[in-house]
Write a protein that binds this ligand. Structure first.
Ligand SMILES: [Zn+2]
Length: 310
């Protein structure tokens, strides 16, 4: 954990020794995006595909204190506690006003969000964070490899490298195995790199409608998503994907939550929930099945890219 320094001496020391790329937020807090920048980003037209992902979706309680407040095809999760809330992911810039409205529709208030988390710094999950930070005053927490992209408002490689989004100020860098604790909830960070170098999955205990304790896993994603494996988009990308698949296989969780709802069959599970199945999102097989599917897709893509290189 690296907190922003509070003393002048520490600031001077940080300024002297923190070079770009070091795993600490810059010594001087990055300014918040202006209202004009946010408004322009929110009004910009979305491309086809992204437009469909950004269709509204009725917010709902997934299980216990975990609520879905995202869009039809882009996830955002509110974890509520008596001491304030945690919000995971911001969608597109164009999603943020709807996420705020969804939080209100469930009877909660964006101003009570204490921590903002991010699965990874691609614009479809990060571009809305600046608005959410401005609206909540929450502390933004991100992994060391992904925070520079969040503060730059641009992910530096891959299909979305030309996309600019409102920069968000990162207040705290989180490392693998560290937790964010609030109001009796402890969210553990799992750095699961590959999709991005700092792709961060999160896990927490949650009480189900059946009264039992369940383990929820917010999967960062491990799709190749049009990125180059050969030559590598970043030096350790292939090894990172492979270690992530091995790692996720060891994780025990029975509630899979993904940042693209299709990956967890959200629409079908939500329909079952509405029909009376209160634990429609409890599924001990879902995480392993998803991990296997991602791993097969990764190896197929690696073979394809390897063949086109020969
Ligand atoms: Zn992504």
């Amino acid at each position: 954990m690296v907190l922003r320094s509070t003393s002048l001496a520490a600031l001077v020391l940080l300024a002297a020794c923190v070079a770009p790329g070091d795993d600490a937020p810059s010594a001087r807090p990055a300014p918040l995006a202006s209202e004009a920048v946010l408004a322009a980003a929110e009004q910009a037209p979305l491309q086809r595909g992204n437009l469909e992902w950004n269709r509204p979706f009725e917010p709902f309680t997934v299980i216990g204190n975990i609520h879905y407040v995202g869009m039809d095809g882009i996830g955002a999760y509110l974890i509520t506690t008596p001491d304030g809330h945690i919000l995971l992911d911001g969608g597109f810039a164009q999603s943020a006003p709807a996420i705020i409205a969804n939080i209100e529709r469930l009877g909660f208030d964006i101003a009570d969000v204490r921590y903002l988390l991010n699965s990874h710094a691609h614009h479809d999950h990060a571009a809305g964070l600046a608005r959410l930070q401005r609206a909540s005053g929450a502390q933004m927490i991100a992994s060391a490899p992904d925070w520079p992209a969040l503060e730059a408002g641009r992910f530096p490689f891959g299909p979305s490298e030309a996309v600019r989004f409102p920069p968000v100020r990162v207040d705290r860098v989180i490392a693998d195995g560290e937790t964010v604790a609030l109001g009796g909830v402890a969210l553990t960070a799992h750095i699961t790199p590959g999709h991005t170098p700092g792709c961060t999955s999160w896990s927490m205990d949650v009480a189900g409608a059946d009264g039992a304790r369940h383990r929820a896993f917010f999967h960062c994603s491990a799709t190749v998503a049009g990125q180059s494996l050969i030559p590598p988009a970043y030096p350790t990308i292939v090894a990172d994907f492979q270690s992530t698949f091995a790692r996720v296989r060891e994780i025990d969780a029975d509630v899979l939550l993904t940042n693209h709802p299709g990956f967890m069959d959200m629409h079908a599970r939500r329909a079952r929930q509405i029909a009376g199945d209160a634990d429609a999102f409890v599924d001990p097989e879902a995480l392993d099945a998803f991990n296997d599917r991602l791993e097969r897709a990764f190896h197929a893509e690696l073979a394809r890219q390897s063949a086109t290189q020969r």
